[in-house]
Design a protein around this ligand. Structure first.
Ligand code: F6P
Length: 358
C-alpha cells in the first residue's frame, strides 16, 4: 500500500510534525509514503515527489516550515478572491490523477486550510481517496477546536509583547503590535491576553478610536504611562476604510497589512502620546513549533493514516475536547470559526481590564 502526502497553502510550524506522524504510523503498517512537493503542484506530470522513510525524516519533528514545500497559488487554487470558489479544471485533475495512478497511491493526505481542503473535497467527490488534515495559523477553520501552528504563533506574539512592554514603559509610549489573523482574531486575542496587552482589536469587534483614546488617557491619569495595543491584520478602521490591502496576490486573496500603522497614527493624534507601530508578519509563521504543536501535528498525522487504513476518505482530522477524531471535510470548509464578540474568552479579557475599543 502507498500513501501520498502534500502540504498546501501558507506554511506554519508543525507541518513537519504531521509528516513525521504519517511516516511513523505508515511504517508500522508496512506502507510506503510518497511526499509530493509544493502542494498539489507536485502531482502534475512528470510528478515532483520523494519517498519518505523513518530514516530520512528522523530529524524533522522540530523543524519549522515543511520539508515538502507548499504553494497557495498555481493550478489548484480554489479561492479566486472575494471568497469566491473556483473548481480545479478537469484537464488539470486528469493530469494529476495520472500521476496518482502511475505511482499506485491508495490514499492522499492533504494538509491544508480552507482553500486547499476545498480542492481536496472536489477531488474526493471526483473519486479520489482523500484524507484531510486541518492547517491554519489563524486557527479559524470550522469543525476543529485547534490547529497546529497556532500555539507557536501565539508564543511569538507573547514574546514580542514581553519585549515591547519594557521599551514602551521606558519611553511612556503607546506601542501597537499588528499580528496575523485575516478573518478571525484568535492570534490577537490569545497573544494579547497572555502577553498582557491593554487593548486588543479584532476583525470580529468593530472599534471606536475615541473610546480607545479615552481609555489610554484614563490609564495615564492613573499612573500607567505606557499602553500596549494588539491589532489583528484583518481588523477594519472605523472610518469605513476597511481592511488595508497592500496588493493582490496571484492566488486571488488580497494581502493584508498596515492597520497597525493606521491605528498608531490615529492614536498619537487623539492622545497626544508618542506612539509606535510594529508588524510581526511572517515571524509568526516561521521557526520551530512549540511542543504543543509538535504533539498536535504528530497526532494529526497518525490519525490521517488511521483514516486511510480504514478507508474513511472524504474526512478531515479534527481536534475536539482533547480528543483527535475526524469529521467530513465538507463540515470544515467554508465556515470559518470566528471569535464570539461576547463569548467567555472576550468576557474574561474584559474582566481583567482589557479594552476592545467598543
Ligand atoms: O491565512 C494565514 C495567513 O498567515 C494570514 O494570517 C495572512 O494574511 C496570510 O496567510 C499571509 O499569506 P502570505 O504568506 O501569502 O503572505
Amino acid at each position: 500500500m502507498k500513501i501520498g502526502i502534500l502540504n498546501s497553502g501558507g506554511d506554519c510550524p508543525g507541518l513537519n510534525a504531521v509528516i513525521h506522524g504519517v511516516v511513523g504510523a505508515a511504517d508500522q503498517l508496512g506502507w510506503e509514503v510518497i511526499g509530493f512537493r509544493d502542494g498539489f503542484e507536485g502531482l502534475l506530470p512528470p510528478g515532483d515527489y520523494c519517498v519518505l522513510k523513518p530514516e530520512n525524516t528522523i530529524d524533522i519533528l522540530k523543524l519549522g516550515g515543511t520539508i515538502l514545500g507548499s504553494s497557495n497559488k498555481g493550478h489548484f487554487a480554489a479561492k479566486i478572491g472575494n471568497g469566491n470558489i473556483a473548481e480545479v479544471p478537469s484537464e488539470i485533475v486528469a493530469k494529476a490523477k495520472r500521476t496518482m495512478d502511475q505511482l499506485g497511491i491508495n490514499a492522499l493526505v492533504v494538509v491544508g486550510g480552507d482553500g486547499s481542503l476545498t480542492t481536496g473535497l472536489q477531488l474526493y467527490r471526483e473519486g479520489w481517496p482523500i484524507v484531510g488534515v486541518p492547517k491554519t495559523i489563524d486557527n479559524d477553520l470550522g469543525a476543529t477546536a485547534m490547529t497546529f501552528g497556532f500555539n507557536s504563533a501565539v508564543e511569538t506574539v507573547v514574546d514580542s509583547l514581553d519585549r515591547l512592554h519594557t521599551t514602551a514603559a521606558s519611553h511612556k509610549r503607546v506601542m501597537v503590535l499588528e499580528v496575523m489573523g485575516r478573518h478571525a482574531g484568535w492570534i490577537a486575542l490569545w497573544g494579547g491576553i497572555a502577553g498582557g496587552a491593554n487593548v486588543i482589536l479584532l476583525p470580529e469587534i468593530p472599534f471606536d478610536l475615541d473610546k480607545i483614546s479615552k481609555f489610554i488617557k484614563q490609564r495615564d491619569a492613573q499612573g500607567h504611562h505606557s499602553t500596549l495595543v494588539v491589532v489583528a491584520e484583518g481588523a477594519s478602521m472605523p472610518n469605513g476604510g476597511g481592511v488595508v490591502t497592500l496588493d493582490a496576490n496571484c492566488g486571488g486573496e488580497v494581502r493584508l497589512g498596515g492597520i497597525g500603522e493606521q491605528v498608531a497614527k490615529s492614536l498619537q493624534k487623539l492622545t497626544g502620546k508618542e506612539t509606535r507601530a510594529c508588524t510581526l508578519g511572517h515571524l509568526q509563521r516561521g521557526g520551530a513549533p512549540t511542543s504543543l504543536d509538535r504533539i498536535l501535528g504528530v497526532r494529526f498525522g497518525v490519525m490521517a493514516v488511521k483514516l486511510a487504513e480504514q478507508g474513511q476518505f472524504g474526512r478531515m482530522v479534527s481536534y475536539q475536547s482533547y480528543h483527535v477524531g475526524s469529521v467530513p471535510i465538507e463540515e470544515a470548509v467554508h465556515q470559518l470559526r470566528l471569535v464570539e464578540p461576547e463569548g467567555e474568552l472576550v468576557q474574561a479579557a474584559r474582566a481583567i481590564g482589557i479594552c476592545f475599543g467598543n
